[in-house]
Design a protein around this ligand. Sequence first.
Ligand code: ZN
Length: 183
Amino acid sequence: MIGKDTYLKQRGLMLEALEKAGITISPGEKDRILVLDFGLGDIDHIGLQVLVYVNTPKLTVKYLAVAPGQTCGEHMHVVDDKGEGKEETFRCLKGRIYLYIDGEPTLSPQCQPPEGYEKYFTARREIVLNAGEHYTLEAGRRHWFRAGPQGAVIAEYATAGDDSTDVFTDPRTTDYGVHHYDI
Ligand code: ZN
């Protein structure tokens, strides 16, 4: 559970990161920033800040702010009986993202999983995204990411709005740990 002080601190980090990236959001959106710790209570290492600004049955668009040292836990988007699943595109708007996906392991990766969580991070193919670059992931591939030393602001485009079916490698991820406070 994220306390209000932590929420406000992380929200402040996102507002600052968006401003530095030259991204304007509305006052209402500022109040809808979400802080995710995936239920693990370790926001400085496993977590990120999110603003969902489009959410329809067909399309979800978010800004993500990842602070230096934060990692988004490894997960995958399930493929249903019809072979359909959430496709996700990450576009780096500011800073740098280190994205790790299933596949041939990169020999000398630039990041390691966060300390103490190694066994819950299995994807080892590294994709580096600098500002202005993006990558699209099909459903069914495990992935995780972290930011470079300056942090990162990311635009995420996904084909379905339901995150609740995402499968996290760390079984302790009991919920998204999404917390919002009316301020
Ligand atoms: Zn994902």
